[in-house]
Design a protein around this ligand. Structure first.
Ligand code: NAD
Length: 278
């Protein structure tokens, strides 16, 4: 396996382009899953307060024997904690649950434009505090649309380093990705496999057969070729190994385009403009 590439964020910090996501992994399964991931070479874990497994993520990292500095860890603000004092408490609690004194990346999980009087700017200004204190090495957002990002740019000091959004072959998000590229905001593609829904696609299957990889590996490699940061989830050790084994091959430009052409603008998750986080 060749090394996992780093992507340099706008603030100069490096993030591994590939990692492990722990959404919907039960707390009781999290230590085993994250331990397997770390053993087979993952060095980037994506969790969130709302996943309910930060404590177990921290335990797995501490038991791994790796230096804290060698694992890039992201967590995200609870939808129920957007008011400044609540956000400060929630951030402290995330650190405490993980057993860390800093996070590599901290994100506002959803913009929630229909809640908190649509004031995600005050929430962002609170998140900026964590960055200035050095307790969040990078800060960013998730599920933000261009109109939300424009407000942050106009009304706050520190631009988000990343936007974590839903991207998979049936939702390629080219407009939003283009906007973020123009503004030096790195894209993290959540649910990179569409939670498994694209793995039977005939186009993906035929590319996979031709290049001698699995459909999951082809889809993950497609994201890597497009330059997005990904962290597929699995609790199955063989799949955890399979998903990281994508750094010994490349897709041709034609194959990347053929997969991008599958776009149907089909979300599996909520619409960020309407979702109120409850
Ligand atoms: P995913 O696209 O990573 O799909 C995971 C599912 O795909 C697994 O449960 C399994 O059913 C299947 N799968 C995984 N590897 C496979 C393989 N090799 N072969 C066959 N099937 C396989 O979905 P996800 O977990 O929703 O997304 C990944 C991560 O993105 C999450 O764990 C989380 O960290 C993040 N995320 C963020 C948000 C957000 O709002 N910011 C939302 C959803 C997910």
């Amino acid at each position: 396996m060749t090394a996992i590439p780093d992507i340099m964020l706008s603030n100069g910090q490096n993030i591994p382009q590939f990692g492990f996501g722990v959404f919907q992994i039960k707390p009781e399964d999290t230590v085993a899953a994250v331990s397997t991931a770390l053993q087979v070479g993952y060095r980037h874990i994506d969790t969130a307060e709302m996943y309910g497994n930060e404590k177990e993520v921290g335990e797995a990292i501490s038991q791994s024997g790796l230096d804290r500095a060698d694992v890039f860890v992201t967590s995200k603000l609870s939808n129920d904690a957007h008011e400044p004092d609540g956000a400060r408490r929630a951030f402290d609690e995330s650190l405490k649950a993980l057993g860390f004194d800093y996070l590599d990346l901290f994100l506002i999980h959803w913009p929630l434009p229909t809640r908190y009087d649509g004031d995600f700017v005050s929430t962002w200004k609170t998140v900026e505090e964590f960055y200035r204190e050095g307790r969040a090495r990078s800060i960013g957002v998730s599920n933000f649309q261009p109109r939300h990002l424009r407000r942050l740019h106009a009304e706050s000091d520190i631009p988000p380093a990343v936007n974590q959004i839903e991207v998979y072959p049936y939702l390629t998000q080219d407009e939003l990705r283009g906007f973020c590229a123009e503004h030096q905001i790195a894209i993290e593609a959540w649910s990179p496999l569409g939670q498994g829904s694209v793995l039977d696609d005939p186009t993906i299957d035929s590319i996979a057969r031709r290049v001698g990889k699995t459909p999951a590996q082809v889809v993950l490699r497609w994201h890597i070729e497009r330059g997005d940061i990904i962290f597929p989830k699995s609790v199955t050790p063989e799949r955890i190994r399979e998903n990281i084994d994508i750094f010994d091959f490349e897709l041709s430009g034609e194959d990347v385009e053929a997969i991008s052409a599958l776009n149907r603008d089909e979300r599996t998750g909520p619409d960020p403009d309407k979702f109120d986080g409850r």
